[in-house]
Design a protein around this ligand. Structure first.
Ligand code: ADP
Length: 785
């Protein structure tokens, strides 16, 4: 009974009851018995949607209130009077680590419910260069593991005061790309705060006991679910479930299996979540399934969905937005990391409200966004994997996480998760591979060179180790060390990586002593992969490409940059400033920027651009005979050209078309470029190179998505790239112009939108932003004469 919870703030039981939570779920009760409200470390490995969040809340709330945290406070501040016993005074901060930014806002919203009891919640995901000082006063902080890693590197002082850290989706330590950061960060936080409580939440995995051993934690390992789940496979005209039952689920002529399942679920008034393996497939599936859901809508639903569709169009006017709105009006939607966050929320809400009957999603939705559904279809259980060459089956862990979204407690009698099989053999295979199978054990990926490159530098730079032996000792605290018997392997990779870091002047060695150079400190604080830093430094030092040929470069290329832009940027004869394209390409080829893939036909197009604009590139362009390197160069060029288009005011829609990406991807690239160019500027200053002003110009252009002449205007809040151009064409060329502008001119340039015009004028500091009595004038033309 939640009324009997030990060690939690006095207001919590009532709060939970008012949210309909009267009794703990069995795994939650086990966690309390294991001491989660008394400061014990805990690993909880339980299925999706079985109430992990409440376990985290119990841990955090008990840790930061004095009821349980008296010893914590005595340690940090012996002057404070003892706990007053009502369990509401606060001490220490709780940190909740999420694997994805999208989950940070979801968790933030959940924890903000506690603000009414005087708790302060903060969220921090972007900007990897600050120490997040403003977070110091928060009681609960939600952050991604990358952000926490960067806070450690920037010596955020409040990290010394952590009472509790929760790591959500901790099974992702298995992820080669991001796992090592989580692993090292947890090890560091535990070293800074030896008495801190550590709670790790995991999907069901094969070796939760190893995680518990690593974290010195009690273990709750359970497969209890609040609503039962039946897994199964659909083949032919029948659904085969794991309990041995078979029921008819007919597929009509010319209908796909997934459509048949969706229709069958609708007949029972239920909704379906369809998991597919790519964004494109998610969008295509939603379009197709809309024709099934359309038939089942009531007039009232149709009306409400039309409203949601209109809101979706309001978020942005792109093709993706249109496609989404069209599908939503018919009761279907898609969901993936490339859609705008406003879209994501609208879709999630409408699905929870049972307005949307089907959502086709990529697996990001399975990882923690709470959208239960009567049925789940895992349509694509294979995904393209470039390194393995071709389509590879997903892990059992991933498939089970998707399946776990089936069944809405209190609404459905049970959930069903179905994989469609194409043949009888596949039916058997899928039962063996996923229905009967147990999830794999997780395995540390730390001992790989790219991971160690960045983490060894950071570990030395922030003083966690001062010698090779110290480093090896620190690494003993990682999951890797818990898991391996082969001690020699780690030492070998460590030596290789230390060699690399010394050669690039990031670390120096004096006898046994190991320390970061000033450059090494900068690189670590900037949160750059040392290899990115080395690439940027090398590019900035070597300047323009080998075949420097200014004439070629100033000819108008196939891109959108005008000849005059280029001529300006290419400048005089001597020490030329790098062009925006040169800089975008430089940052696009670092390992910190995700590549855009080359599609068929791209290679030829980009080879041509590469030769036309060779003089602009910083550093040596690989020759065509260096196959892989040349291809990487072209892929980076594709990203660079996307950035250049964006910074030359090309329409968002045109960009999504031209590069085959979503608006969310443009945002992602722009943010990465902003961060990397900011880092490049710091490195240029640190090394005394004169490129810094050119880098800053390229960065502000990409930040606002405008040509140089608009940077000033676009920086005014509420203006943005399109409005800045309209104002400029109406003769208002700067923030100062805007401050003194004729109001009617501004109004006309903003197409008669009085509210917007007032807003913009106010943000620019206009004496009197009010539009009362001002009529848009016909005479003011939109074009500059
Ligand atoms: P997980 O994080 O494990 O995927 P959540 O923590 O999001 O799952 O919980 C899923 C749902 O169950 C939430 O809507 C939550 O409010 C509800 N829930 C959690 N614990 C209880 C409980 N003890 N009694 C009733 N509902 C609960």
């Amino acid at each position: 009974d939640v009324a009997d919870l030990p060690g939690v703030p006095s207001w919590l039981p009532e709060h939970l009851q008012s949210a309909g939570i009267e009794a703990l779920y069995p795994p939650q009760a086990e966690a309390v018995e294991a001491g989660v409200t008394r400061g014990e470390n805990l690993v909880a490995s339980i299925p999706t949607a079985s109430g992990k969040t409440l376990i985290a809340q119990l841990a955090m709330l008990s840790a930061i209130t004095d009821a349980a945290g008296a010893s914590e406070r005595e340690r940090s501040d012996p002057e404070t009077p003892p706990a007053d016993g009502d369990g509401t005074a606060l001490g220490g901060t709780a940190l909740y680590i999420v694997p994805l930014r999208a989950l940070a806002s979801e968790k933030q919203a959940e924890f903000e419910e506690f603000e009414q009891y005087g708790l302060d919640v903060g969220v921090s995901t972007g900007n990897y260069e600050s120490d997040g000082g403003w977070l110091a006063d928060k009681d609960i902080v939600v952050a991604t593991s990358e952000k926490v890693d960067s806070l450690v590197r920037n010596d955020a002082p409040w990290l010394d005061d952590l009472a509790c850290v929760v790591s959500d989706e901790v099974h992702l330590v298995d992820d080669a790309e991001r796992g090592p950061t989580l692993e090292v960060t947890l090890a560091k936080l535990r070293r800074i705060n030896p008495d801190m409580q550590t709670v790790a939440l995991s999907a069901t995995i094969g070796n939760a006991d190893v995680l518990a051993e690593w974290l010195d934690a009690e273990l709750v390992d359970s497969d209890w679910r609040p609503i039962s789940l039946k897994k199964g496979v659909h083949f032919g005209q029948a659904l085969h479930l794991e309990d041995g039952s078979q029921s008819e689920l007919p597929v009509r002529n010319s209908e796909k299996q997934t459509a048949a399942i969706v229709r069958d679920t609708l007949d029972d008034d239920g909704s379906t979540l369809v998991f597919v393996n790519s964004r494109r497939n998610a969008e295509a599936a939603a379009g197709r399934l809309a024709s099934v859901t359309r038939e089942a809508l009531t007039p009232a639903e149709r009306e409400q969905l039309a409203d949601v569709a209109a809101e979706i169009r309001d978020v942005s006017d792109t093709e993706t937005s249109d496609d989404l709105a069209d599908a939503v009006a018919d009761g279907a939607a898609f969901h993936h990391a490339g859609i705008a966050s406003g879209h994501r929320e609208l879709v999630e809400d409408a699905f929870r409200d049972r307005l949307l009957k089907v959502v086709s999603a990529t697996p990001t939705l399975a990882a923690g966004v709470n959208t239960p559904s009567r049925r789940v279809v895992v349509r694509d259980w294979r995904r393209y994997d470039g390194t393995a060459g071709g389509m590879q089956p997903l892990s059992v862990l991933e498939v089970h996480q998707m399946m776990g979204r089936a069944g809405r407690p209190g609404l459905d009698p049970y959930g069903e998760a179905i994989i469609p099989a194409a043949s009888h053999d596949e039916l058997d295979e899928l039962f063996d591979r996923y229905v009967w199978a147990d999830p794999e054990p997780v395995q540390s990926k730390l001992a790989a060179e790219p991971a160690l490159r960045t983490h060894l530098l950071a570990t030395v730079a922030s003083g966690f180790a001062r010698s090779r032996d110290g480093l090896l000792e620190f690494l003993e605290r990682t999951l890797y060390a818990t898991q391996t018997d082969e001690s020699g392997r780690l030492a070998r990779v460590v030596d290789e990586v230390l060699g690399y870091l010394q050669r690039n002047d990031f670390l120096e060695r004096d006898g046994e002593e190991l320390s970061a150079t000033s450059l090494g400190h900068t690189v670590s604080r900037l949160y750059l992969d040392p290899m990115s830093a080395a690439e940027i430094i090398d590019g900035l030092r070597s300047g323009g490409g080998s075949a420097a040929n200014g004439d070629d470069a100033s000819e108008e290329p196939a891109g959108f940059t005008t000849a005059s832009d280029l001529a300006d940027e290419a400048g005089g004869d001597e020490a030329k400033d790098p062009t925006a394209m040169g800089l975008y390409h430089l940052v696009a080829r670092t390992p910190d920027m995700y590549e855009l893939y080359l599609r068929s036909g791209d290679e030829e197009e980009y080879s041509q651009i590469a030769f036309e604009r060779e003089a602009e590139f910083l550093g040596r362009m690989p020759s065509e005979f260096e196959d892989d390197r040349f291809e990487d160069w072209l892929a980076a060029l594709k990203t660079a050209r996307l950035l250049e288009d964006w910074a030359s005011e090309v329409d968002e829609d045109e960009i999504t078309d031209r590069y085959g990406v979503g608006p969310g991807d443009i945002r992602g690239k722009v943010e990465s470029a902003q961060w990397l160019l900011g880092a490049a500027e710091s490195l240029a200053s640190e090394l005394g190179l004169d490129a810094a002003p050119a880098i800053r110009r390229a960065r502000t252009r990409v930040e606002h998505g405008v040509r140089e002449e608009l940077v000033d205007l676009a920086g005014v809040r509420g203006v943005g790239r399109k409005r800045a151009r309209r104002l400029f064409d109406a003769g208002i060329e700067s923030r100062a112009d805007l401050r003194d502008a004729e109001k009617s001119v501004v109004l006309a340039a903003l197409r008669g939108r009085a509210k917007t015009a007032e807003n913009v004028l106010e943000n620019a500091g206009h004496r009197d932003p009010s539009m009362d009595g001002i009529e848009p004038s016909e005479e003011v033309s939109y074009e500059r004469s």
